[in-house]
Design a protein around this ligand. Sequence first.
Ligand SMILES: Nc1nc2c(ncn2[C@@H]2O[C@H](COP(=O)(O)OP(=O)(O)OP(=O)(O)O)[C@@H](O)[C@H]2O)c(=O)[nH]1
Ligand SMILES: [Mg+2]
Length: 201
Amino acid sequence: MNPLYHQTRFLLSAPTITEAPPDEGLEVAFAGRSNSGKSSAINAIVQQKSLARTSKTPGRTRLINFFMIDEQRRLIDLPGYGYAKVAASLQRSWGQALERYLRERRSLQGVFLVMDIRHPVTSFDRQMLEWCAHCRLPVHIALTKADKLSRGAALNTLAKVKKSLHGSEIPLSVQLFSAPMRIGVDDAHAILDQWLRVEER
Ligand SMILES: Nc1nc2c(ncn2[C@@H]2O[C@H](COP(=O)(O)OP(=O)(O)OP(=O)(O)O)[C@@H](O)[C@H]2O)c(=O)[nH]1
Ligand SMILES: [Mg+2]
């Protein structure tokens, strides 16, 4: 891992995308269903225990959290979508704001889409993939909580997900991930290195 990731620090929390930091440099957004493991994935990637707040309660990350790797590079922890207890109207307005962010944000290099391996490619995930395709944004899917399945079952799901997404118009890759077992952390770094133009050491 490039030591740069370990330096990542909290930049700001924005209640809406309009309060994001200036649209300069390069950024990668972590998206996915509520409770899928986005914040845990960020922590595993930067090798810090609690940079991004994780929780057993779904819908915990309500704000958009911006983390700064260095002056030019950011990671973004987006609020999870698809949490049933959030009112439909709020989900709709959040969806619109998210779509606009994906469309307009110039610094956004790709979407790191986190899915719980036990519930991959939900209708919300499909919506997200459609928006990204529409904006021509590359997507990297991390099937996380891979430690909850046997190795064989995890590989089976990986193959199924790859197959179901075959023929996408945008660059799309899929990997297994586990935050506590640190499965796939190197693969995650490889894609972030590419998107954020981090030089290999
Ligand atoms: N076993 C296991 N548990 C995980 C993994 N990743 C996350 N978890 C657990 O799943 C729960 C949700 O993780 P978070 O990282 O907070 O999920 P999130 O997607 O950020 O959730 P929201 O912010 O609510 O949308 C927590 O209890 C984590 O400890 C993993 O790879 N393996
Ligand atoms: Mg979170």
